[in-house]
Design a binder for this molecule. Structure first.
Ligand SMILES: Cc1ncc(COP(=O)(O)O)c(C=O)c1O
Length: 409
């Protein structure tokens, strides 16, 4: 299993849609064969179309607000000592998180395929909020599937979704979190695919959804590459790109442009949700060595029991609380191009507290997992090591949880 150079990671799958021969694919019911095929055909055509790229870039700049800032966290770096810590502040994008890239591209695809209805899943509420924003912007009717547990813990994003005119469909099945929301959304799409387009909120799902999402979020690393060169005059010798990993869309977007660099120069560190400190439950299939399984139409490492039943997960972060992960991250793990670890709820909270104490930055609980790792390793590293954390979401959505757990927001 090898990564090819000069080919986008999203395109490094075989003819059956598998990365590394075993991750990904398209495990879909017969009814979805046509809409999935139509989407793959439209996407393949549009991504080569100069006018479509022009349109995408126009909205990335003028609607999303690209490029998002790249800043040095001077106070945090000098407090910790060791490596320099920087942040790519993707939470400054319109709506407050990276999910806006995928949502905007899906809305454009939906329109170009002549569909008027769009549906999507959400956990932290950001994928839903962004899809509702994009739907409003491009005149589409939108439904968001969301687990009841997440509706309760991510209220500000639910308010935003409804304000944008989208309907939230509460999901009462299973653990009432993201995994169930994706299942229900897919079920709805099976019965409504003639008129409705589906947006999967991360780099998961049948092959084409992994590709569309990765293609959209890769804007983050395209920008970052330019910003690093501008800041340092060249690409420095020791960089560590640290990103939280739920489904894996922000990490994919943060890393994709740097895949061809040697890992000794640019290292990728993915941080999953380790769950509560003294609990057996977590949402860390990569770092806790989960077995290969099939979830939501694709094969990946999935938290499961010995009979192959999907395990319940637990994380303070709704966006990371998912038992599966992108097939591309499985491929990056097995090829050893990326390294994956986890942070517990408690260390993510401690990291949030420390970052907000020293910096004017308000990372949501998802990127706080990545900051936990940065805070852990920075003091042991040399001053010429550049740690860059993708601060991919704003913590406004987490204010109730932060108030409860830290006594203040
Ligand atoms: C701010 C934020 N970061 C990270 C994630 C995790 O998803 P992904 O791994 O696809 O970026 C989410 C998911 O909702 C999110 O809202």
């Amino acid at each position: 299993m090898k990564i090819k150079k000069k080919i986008a990671l999203i395109d490094q799958h075989d003819k059956n849609g598998f990365w590394g021969g075993k991750f990904g694919g398209s495990f879909i019911p017969e009814t979805l064969k046509k809409p999935v095929h139509d989407l793959a055909k439209s996407f393949a055509k549009l991504r080569k179309n100069k006018n479509f790229i022009k349109k995408r870039d126009y909205y990335f700049k003028n609607y999303i607000g690209s490029p998002t800032p790249f800043i040095k966290l001077e106070n945090l770096s000098s407090h910790l000592g060791g490596a320099q810590i920087w942040a790519k502040v993707v939470s400054e994008a319109n709506g407050g998180a990276h999910k806006i890239y995928n949502a905007t591209v899906h809305a454009l695809l939906c329109k170009s395929m002549g569909k008027k209805y769009i549906v999507g899943d959400t956990g932290a509420g950001y994928a839903g909020k962004m899809l509702s924003m994009a739907a409003k912007k491009f005149g589409l009717k939108c439904k968001i599937f969301m687990g009841v547990k997440d509706i309760k813990r991510q209220k500000p994003n639910c308010i935003a979704i409804r304000k944008n005119g989208a309907e939230i469909v509460p999901v009462y099945t299973g653990s009432q979190t993201l995994v169930d929301a994706v299942s229900e959304c897919m079920r709805y799409w099976v019965s409504n695919c003639d008129t409705t387009h589906m947006c999967v909120g991360s780099t998961v799902g049948p092959n084409i959804f992994v590709k569309v999402c990765g293609w959209s979020t890769s804007q983050i690393s395209r920008e970052l590459k330019v910003q690093i060169k501008k800041e340092f005059g060249k690409i420095p010798k020791k960089i560590k790109l640290i990103n939280c990993v739920g489904g894996g869309s922000s990490a994919y977007g943060f890393w994709s442009e740097f895949v061809d660099f040697p890992k000794t120069q640019i290292e990728f560190i993915g941080v999953e949700a380790g769950g509560p400190k003294n609990s057996k439950l977590h949402a860390a299939p990569l770092s806790k060595n989960a077995k290969l399984g099939v979830l939501h139409g694709s094969a990946s490492y999935v938290c499961q029991n010995k009979d192959g039943q999907i395990n319940e997960t637990d994380s303070i972060s709704a966006g990371l609380d998912y038992p599966g992960v992108s097939p591309i991250h499985c491929f990056l793990k097995d090829t050893k191009r990326a390294k994956y670890t986890y942070a517990t709820d408690e260390s993510a909270l401690a990291a949030y507290k420390m970052v907000t104490k020293f910096e004017k930055l308000n990372p949501s609980l998802e990127p706080s997992h990545a900051f936990a790792e940065a805070i852990k390793i920075a003091p042991k590293l040399s001053k010429d090591t550049i740690i860059i954390v993708n601060s991919c979401g704003d913590a406004k959505k987490d204010k109730d949880i932060l108030k409860k757990r830290l006594g203040k927001y």
